[in-house]
Design a protein around this ligand. Structure first.
Ligand SMILES: [Zn+2]
Length: 190
């Protein structure tokens, strides 16, 4: 089932999501539905709060980005992986590199917007996968960026929080439009 995506302005996007255990009701179904929701929306990641579940769960597909890049861009924006397709449960980022970089980000909850965001190049993350197997992994580049963006959703943060105050002022009108549902999207929003 394709789920409606929560738009900017709703309080669930500002809540710190809760850890879950493997008995969380309909967990596998929810994860499957999140993947089914992600693709038609042309997204590269989706977090549970964006589909109205305030839990520590998100999915990432950076493979779709990798596959669409030229060889030189792959070398520039990816390191250590060719993109990943993974489910992250109860994730915790336990280390960040001092090395940072800027790239444009967008978000399905903030349609029509995209802004430069500075993020660490490399992260170390602990998480459980969809089968509740525990992992500790290091990711860099675009994959690390998408993970950090989705992880932020489970912390009640949005990428526009990193935009400088002057730029943010300029975005205000657009943000109000989004929160009022006055922006057209190809996917269903609520
Ligand atoms: Zn987002």
């Amino acid at each position: 089932m394709i789920l409606p995506i929560v738009s900017y302005g709703k309080s669930i996007l500002r809540q710190k999501a809760k850890d879950i255990d493997k008995d969380y009701p309909y967990l596998k179904e929810l994860i499957d539905n999140m993947w089914k929701t992600l693709y038609p929306a042309d997204g590269t990641g989706l977090a549970a709060p964006q589909v109205n579940h305030s839990i520590k769960l998100f999915i990432v597909d950076s493979k779709v980005i990798y596959d669409n890049l030229e060889e030189e861009e792959r070398e520039e924006f990816f390191e250590g992986d060719c993109g990943i397709k993974e489910t992250f449960i109860n994730a915790r980022i336990i280390d960040y590199s001092e090395d940072k970089w800027i790239e444009k980000e967008g978000c399905l909850s903030l349609p029509t917007l995209s802004e430069d965001v500075m993020r660490p190049w490399t992260i170390v993350i602990e998480y459980f996968d969809r089968d509740f197997q525990k992992h500790t992994k290091t990711f860099s580049g675009t994959t690390a960026r998408v993970i950090q963006h989705e992880y932020d959703h489970t912390e009640g943060k949005l990428y526009v929080d990193y935009v400088n105050p002057i730029k943010r002022k300029l975005l205000k009108g657009k943000l109000i439009k989004i929160s009022k549902g006055q922006v057209k999207t190809r996917y269903k929003m609520e």
